[in-house]
Write a protein that binds this ligand. Sequence first.
Ligand code: 5GP
Length: 265
Amino acid sequence: MNKRRRIYEGKAKVLYEGPEPGTLIQHFKDDATAFNAQKKAVIDGKGVLNNRISEYVFMRLGEIGVPTHFIKRINMREQLIREVEIIPLEVVIRNVAAGSLATRLGLEEGMQLPRSIVEFYYKADALQDPLVSEEHITAFGWATPAEIDEVMQLALRINDFLVGLFLGIGIRLVDFKVEFGRLYDQDGQVRIVLADEISPDCCRLWDVHTNEKMDKDRFRKDLGGMLEAYQEVARRLGVLTETRPPKGTGPILVANNPVGSGKPN
Ligand code: 5GP
């Protein structure tokens, strides 16, 4: 059915060749994986929700001047993006102690951190994405000192904006992971841009009143109700209606963001 050239397949997304040079199509799958893909499931409708949520977040970030790879959403599961050279780092920004930070430093989960903390993990599945320092990054040439500075600044700016955006809909942004890429323009200039996705798959999102988890930890910790939690995030962001779809048909989308309205960055 799909004759497009597949460039890359990850755990939750596929990248296809785009319609024009320098573009790609980012396809969101329903696959859920955790613990370096040791745990796997297919969650019907997850890809559709992540596509919409990530589109919304990238558009809002684009509007405040954060450069991103996002061009426009094409359909329920796909977006058109600019091809970038991915910096091989997972950049994690934390506001509240949870997950691996809480475990590593023996912190109580839910403790507000004294300030937002940025961490770098080297993207290497075989090594389970180890935590690395700026020394490792520059010594091994994964990014230059200037690029690290740029990434740090962008990460903190994205965090400040998203903390407010989620708080406005009753959600605490505990932590999240982002990836950045190098965008080469016509005259050989390089710009660092936000790439990949921002969705409940790569964020910890807790309801401010109940502390209920509304993210992939529902899957990691076998809490159930993952799709419903993602739907609730989408509903609060205003990208889904609250109509109850008949079982198995998935979420119903609202046409409040017509296809093609995405702001190119
Ligand atoms: P932790 O280091 O506590 O496991 O994760 C910190 C944050 O980054 C969490 O919000 C988590 O969802 C996200 N994160 C870290 N590594 C990955 C990854 O490989 N894939 C995804 N989707 N999210 C990640």
